[in-house]
Structure formats: structure tokens, C-alpha cells
Design a protein around this ligand. Sequence first.
Ligand SMILES: *Cc1c(COP(=O)(O)O)cnc(C)c1O
Length: 359
Amino acid sequence: MTGPQALPNILEITPYKGGQKLVGAHKLSSNENPLGCSAAAQAAVVEAAKHLELYPDGSASALRDAIGAKYGIEPDRIVCGAGSDEIFQLLGRAYLRPGDNIVQSQHGFLVYRLIAQQAGAETRSAPEKELTTDVDAMLAQVDDNTKIVFLANPNNPTGSYIPFSEVKRLHAGLPENVLLVLDGAYAEYVRKNDYSAGMELAGEMPNVLVTRTFSKIHGLAALRLGWAYGPEAVIDALHRTRGPFNVSAVSQAAGIAAINDDAFQAKSAEHNDAELLRVSEAVEKAGFKTYPSVGNFVLIEFPDEPGRTSSEADTFLRNQGIVIRDVNVYGLPTCLRASIGTVPQNDDLIAAIEAFAKS
Ligand SMILES: *Cc1c(COP(=O)(O)O)cnc(C)c1O
């Protein structure tokens, strides 16, 4: 007896590994909000905890109303999920089957590949230029079997972004039956006049979906909460594939409080502006290349010289009580990704990198 056998494409999946943590160490490995979350969101969780016996509102209508009001978009064209991860899973279920493919950028977010594998679909990766999405290369990967094009903008782990004019050019080059997913997990951190999360495209086009998360600037990663906005037919398909109560009542309550707490979001973005710049400059000064980032993290490149490599840096930093992210699985073996932490955490990170440079 060998027991039940999962499908071959499922057994080929390498499970996603989250950022590691070490007891007592600074965890700068998962792009979490170093300031925590909104106090109002915390209070909402405590309040919601008084009625854990009740099923949540399966349609998350109050949360969708709050999101709609914040962004000036129609709540009926929003679907909520247990993190944007779940939204990606739903997309896979609704749009992908064996023989199909998805297109992503070379160093695109790992989860896109995983959902393609689950569906038995192929992942086609477009080469990047200077660790930035190349729209022409993306379009060159699209064929008759392409169902979804995923663009994380800004991208994780590179921290790069493409301007809205380029996003529009990508969209214009796609057939109407191909869904363009604009993953805006870090959209709130971007301070560039030529950037847009693409809400207006998702509002107008039949084949553009924007995904957003409460895990990053809102600091609610523990609760698993994300959402998507797009064409009615796509939102309808996602509703059909989701579980009836996919978002907990606690998450919904926290999400409403968080989305309305503009002061906390502003404080988080301002902290990131100052600290991203400070960390990047200090790392450069210590002699290591950083890639320009518009997110809440920075990609650091280490030389391929004994004593100075990324894996030696990783070990060194761990010994100093700092955990950052190994990005080998993203095809970036010479790099490490550091999330921006609190001021004292960043002080320690900078000191450790300076010490590594001299070691
Ligand atoms: C962190 C992140 C997300 C958010 O995932 P959740 O499931 O909402 O926590 C989505 N996309 C990218 C590129 C990310 O880095």
C-alpha cells in the first residue's frame, strides 16, 4: 500500500518559505511594518473578539465599502481574500489549467509560479534590464496559451518599479483575453510622480485586475487580509472560487479600522522614506551595491570574492542577531534583501554591515 498519491504537478512544488526569524534577533526578512499596526485596528480586533461564535459576513461588505470610499472605487467590484496570496490562488483556480501559461518578470514574486504549478500551467519569465521589468520582453513571452500576466509594481525582491506609461504600454500590447494582474503590495510606499497602482486601468479595462494587501503598510500580516479590484466578470469569477467565509470577522474589523487610519499610513510611509534612504546610503558607503528601491526593503549585492559573498554576509549578520532574506530562489544568488526596520534595528543592521565589510 502506498497510500493516496497527489497529482504530479503538486508534488513538483517547492513550498514557499517565509522570511525566517531567530529568537532574540531583528527580523528584517519579510517586509513587515516596523511600526506595528494602527492602534485603531488593534482596538477593533479586541472588540471583534467579543463575538467569535458568529460567522463573519461572507461578502465582507462593510470592509469593501470602506476600501471603496478610501479609493473612490465601486465596492461591488472589490473582492477580499485571506491575504493577496489567496487572491492569487483564486485566480489560478478560475483561469488556469494544464497547457496554459502565465507570464511574469524574471525576478517576479514567487507566489505567481506556485499558483501556476498548482494548476499544471507553465510559467514564462521575461528577462529584466537592471533588475527592472522590461515591457517588451514581457510581451515577447505572451502566446496563445497565456492567460495571466503578473506584474508586481513595485517588484519584490528587487524594489524596482515601472512608470504608469510603461504599464499602459504593457496592457496595450496584450490581447483582451489575457488578464493583467497589477500587484500593488507596496504601492503606498512609492513616492514617484510617474507611478500609479493602476486603479484607473482596472476601472476601465475588461482585463486588468489590481491586487492590494493589508500586510505591508497597514502592518496586519498576521491577520491575512488582501483585496482585488477589477472588471465585474473577473470579480464574479473570484467570488465563485473563494470559500464562503474566506475572510475572518476579526480581519474584516481590523481592515476597516486600518484603511481609515490615514495618520498611521502616513507615519509609516514617512518613516520608510527616511530610513530606506539612510540604510541604502550607509550600505553603499560600506562598499556594497544597493539597487534603487521604492518599497520598504532594499536589495544588496555582494561581490563574488571569498570572505565577502552574500552567503558569508548572511551568516555574519545572523551571528550579529540580524536576519535578512536570502533571495537565491529568485535567481539572485549574489544578493540579500533587507527590510527597513525601526531606527535602532537599522542602526544595528548598518553597524553589522560595516563590520562585515571590515572583517
Ligand atoms: C508581501 C507581498 C504580497 C502580500 O501578500 P499577502 O498574502 O497579502 O500577505 C503580495 N505581493 C508581493 C509582491 C509581496 O511582496
